[in-house]
Design a protein around this ligand. Structure first.
Ligand code: NAD
Ligand code: DAU
Length: 347
């Protein structure tokens, strides 16, 4: 089986690649990634010489190269994660999100269709999406697989559009597909522009912790390795044409999460309790900021037997340990272009 994983050098993609390369030695796993600022081959150092692993540095919007690779390697399965993924960047540069997330997805769908359209048996296009396509919840309720799409940011609008295209290729051309919509991931290798790794890095460096608005926005957090397991399961055992919501059953307001992170970090760094809390700084809110996301993951739980394996406290401790043990990874990322992004976003 030749499986193509797109975006495998990124945060979630690298965990999916490692999981599949290790678990399925009889699969050939191809990791296709153009290595944007978010892609980092250091994430995959430990498996880069595995016999069943190949890296391809290609842009998913490069139609010619993508078509050539599909013909050459005859991918029977695609697990599509490549995307521009940060909401704040999408507010500043919506077009980049439309290009990669919408056009890039269509290029992949076309290449898969051209290769297999008279022979769909045993093939599958797996699209990794987000709970943000459902928009914002009020204080109660959960997103289910039948919740209407109502995206609010350029990022979530581009992901919603890509989901619709995947579904449309299923309806129109009979392409076998599965979509999963997941909540906020956290864990090792998370780029320090997102809340948890940004705040871990800032606490290490005694820098301000910029909490948007009143800090009462709520997210549902899932340990990234549990997401990788869910993707493996839904890719192999999910039903064609189905969507699976994946979440952590784990809702936190940002401010409560940040306070726990401060306490755990003070402990790990040997600082007096309360030291990092003093770094909390309320800053201007994100435009169009969604109030609350929360996933009802009962379908994947009942149909495929999946549930998260670690508690939030365990996951956070593992994550903090990873960042403290991988300072070189963090330093390599936070030097250079990152400083410019940081100054533009926060100063
Ligand atoms: P990420 O930003 O860490 O990684 C994205 C990867 O895609 C990078 O390696 C980047 O180099 C690559 N990429 C970007 N543009 C590309 C292009 N044009 N061609 C080839 N490769 C390209 O993202 P992530 O957080 O790991 O998210 C992965 C996927 O999961 C995305 O589709 C995202 O929408 C989805 N998702 C993320 C979360 C989350 O909490 N991070 C939650 C639910 C769903
Ligand atoms: O829900 C899934 C989504 O989760 C994924 O699809 C996205 O790719 C991923 O980036 C994430 O989106 P969020 O916008 O929820 O994640 P982020 O880490 O950027 O922000 C989490 C919350 O923290 C959000 O309410 C905004 C707030 N925040 C974020 C940053 C970066 C702050 O208060 N301060 C910050 O500096």
């Amino acid at each position: 089986m030749n499986i193509l994983i797109t975006g495998g050098a990124g945060f979630i993609g690298s965990h999916v690649v490692r999981h599949l390369v290790t678990k399925y030695p009889n699969y050939n796993i191809f990791n296709l990634d153009v290595l944007t600022y978010a892609g980092n081959l250091e994430n995959l150092k430990d498996i880069q010489s595995a016999d069943n692993y190949t890296f391809l540095k290609v842009d998913i919007t490069d139609e010619q190269s993508i078509n050539r690779l599909f013909i050459k390697h005859k991918f029977t399965g695609v697990i599509h994660l490549a995307a521009e993924s940060h909401v704040d960047r999408s507010i500043k540069e919506p077009l980049a999100f439309a290009k990669t997330n919408i056009l890039g997805t269509i290029v992949l769908l076309n290449a898969f269709k051209s290769l297999w359209q008279n022979n769909w048996e045993g093939k599958r296009f797996y699209h990794v999406s987000t709970d943000e396509v459902y928009g914002s919840l009020g204080k109660t309720g959960l997103f289910t697989e039948t919740t209407s799409y109502d995206p609010n940011s350029p990022y979530s609008a581009s992901k919603a559009s890509s989901d619709h295209f995947v579904r449309a290729y299923g309806e129109t051309y009979g392409m076998p597909y599965v979509i999963s919509n997941c909540s906020n991931n956290y864990g090792p290798n998370h780029f320090p522009e997102k809340l948890i790794p940004l705040f871990i890095n800032n606490i290490i460096n005694n820098k301000a912790l910029p909490v948007y608005g009143d800090g009462l926005f709520t997210r549902d957090w899932l340990y990234v390795k549990d997401h990788a397991v869910a993707i493996d399961l839904a890719f192999h055992k999910g039903e064609n044409g189905e969507t699976y919501n994946i979440g952590g059953f784990n809702e936190w307001t940002n401010i409560d999460l940040v306070k726990i992170l401060c306490t755990l970090m003070d402990d790990k760094l040997g600082r007096k309790e309360g030291t990092s809390l003093k770094l909390i700084t309320y800053v201007k809110d994100r435009p169009g900021h969604d109030l609350r996301y929360a996933i009802d993951a009962s379908k994947i739980n009942k149909k495929l037997g999946w549930r998260p394996s670690v508690t939030f406290e365990e996951g956070l401790k593992k994550t903090i340990d990873w960042y403290l043990e991988n300072k070189e990874w963090l330093n390599n990322i936070t030097s250079g272009d990152y400083q410019e992004y940081y100054n533009n976003q926060y100063n």
